[in-house]
Design a protein around this ligand. Structure first.
Ligand SMILES: [Zn+2]
Length: 443
């Protein structure tokens, strides 16, 4: 049945002042000022108190970390020692804990207006070999779109790496499970609810063979490639010291510098690397909160965009950005980028473009991230009736500038998944109680 989302207070779409029409999983019409829908509609949603955005898209996360927010093991440490300490907490992960952590992260993202999320799952201790199956099951149950990434860590302490042996897998196990996940879950078709990407933790965390064979698998299955890249200067120094090369060069040798790849952070590229990434169409997920939290620097978004790099936004893992709020991520990106480039160079509409179209490009999707006929009906609707918005003039800019925190309604693939600020089909209080109880095992 056609649904007319009618007369929004404001909408981030051209010529849609009277709203949009949704049929099935898609937007079929934008209704311009003074018009009514061309085809008959069966139902109407009065959006006169709502600002309507395309659903926000989170381009990088580590869902399992919701169980280790604000964790004292990480206090007082810079990025690499923090990672070393936290990995010795995360290796206690069990299938039950992961399922509940994923559910919590998805609900939290959904409530902020996020409709598609990429999760970089790189934790496969013994017993958790089927982590991706758990993630897919949870995403299907909640009805969010996901790019589930088959992460990996392959160089342990005994081989001179940073990771404990307990969470490192051998190359054959990584590659076999990568292909299994692609076969089982990856849907490259438009409108897909689940896609799989291959995502070694970083070019420094796996043998070169895993990088190269992952690129070949991605090509074969029409999937994408993802990793952390150039987050800190220490990481750059470690790459040169250990491998005799910079991370970007390691990726290039493995066939990764191409349009299938998007990377997280991308703070410390040199000018030559920015040019190479831009020409190749590699995307960058800007993780403003985590970069600020670790004081690693500021992603050069403007230089990257000028070179042709798609910029998306991400909340990053819940142990580094202790919350998973995509609208907050847009605000963080706006403020941090202004710190680098100035007030005039970056505005709230840039932040929203990165959080929608930009992240969609990172994930290789042209069916989400915009409100237009033929696009998937993924929408986030916010109300401006909280004190923080009172007196605001531009309702769309106000979401970012005043700091919208929670969507009132969220639609994914034409289905309402948040109604009146609460997730559908889930007992939020019970979920939180179970999540809190499971988190105790990580104390
Ligand atoms: Zn990350």
């Amino acid at each position: 049945m056609r649904l007319w989302i009618k007369d929004p207070l404001a909408i981030l779409a051209p010529e849609a002042e009277r709203g949009i029409v949704v049929d099935g999983s898609q937007i079929v019409e934008c209704v311009a000022r003074g018009k009514t829908p061309i085809e008959p509609w069966g139902a109407t949603f009065d959006a006169s108190r709502h600002v309507v955005l395309p659903g926000l898209i989170n381009a990088h996360h580590h869902f399992y970390q919701t169980l280790t927010r604000a964790h004292p093991a990480g206090f007082g440490k810079d990025l690499i020692p923090w990672l070393v300490a936290m990995e010795r907490v995360w290796d206690r992960m069990t299938p039950e804990a992961l399922a509940v952590a994923v559910r919590m992260a998805l609900v939290e993202l959904l409530l902020s207006g996020c409709t598609t999320a990429a999760d970089h799952h790189n934790l496969f201790p013994p017993g958790l070999e089927r982590a991706l199956d758990i993630e897919v099951e949870e995403a299907m149950r909640l009805g969010l779109r996901m790019t589930v990434t088959r992460g990996s860590m392959g160089i342990s302490e005994k081989d001179g790496g940073l990771q404990p042996d307990s969470i490192v897998q051998d190359s054959d196990a990584i590659l076999e499970d990568s292909e299994r996940a692609l076969k089982a879950f990856h849907d490259p078709a438009p409108g897909a609810m689940v896609r799989v990407a291959l995502a070694p933790c970083s070019p420094l965390a796996v043998p070169q063979r895993v990088l190269a064979e992952s690129a070949a698998l991605a090509e074969r299955y029409d999937a994408r490639l993802h990793c952390h890249l150039c987050q800190s200067l220490e990481e750059d120094a470690y790459a040169v010291e250990t491998f005799g090369k910079r991370s970007v060069d390691l990726l290039e040798e493995a066939g990764w510098i191409g349009p299938r790849t998007w990377v997280a952070h991308g703070v410390h590229f040199n000018d030559d690397e920015i040019g190479r990434l831009g020409r190749a169409g590699v995307g960058v997920a800007h993780c403003a909160a985590a970069d600020m939290a670790f004081g690693v620097g500021i992603c050069p978004t403007r230089a990257l965009e000028a070179a042709g790099v798609p910029i998306g936004l991400a909340v990053d893992g819940s142990a580094s950005n202790d919350s998973s709020n995509m609208m907050e991520a847009a605000r963080h990106a706006l403020l941090l980028q202004r710190l680098r480039y100035g007030h005039a160079a970056v505005g709230p509409y840039d932040a929203l473009r990165w959080a929608t179209e930009g992240s969609a490009r990172c994930l290789g999707r042209d069916d989400i991230g915009k409100i237009a006929p033929g696009m998937e009906a993924d929408l986030a609707l916010y109300r401006l009736d909280e004190p923080r918005f009172s007196g605001a003039h531009d309702p769309i800019a106000a979401l970012v500038l005043c700091g919208a925190n929670r969507a009132d309604r969220v639609m994914v693939a034409g289905r309402w998944r948040v109604v009146d600020g609460m997730p559908e089909d889930i007992d939020l209080a019970a979920l939180m109680a179970r999540h809190r109880a499971l988190a105790k095992a990580f104390g």
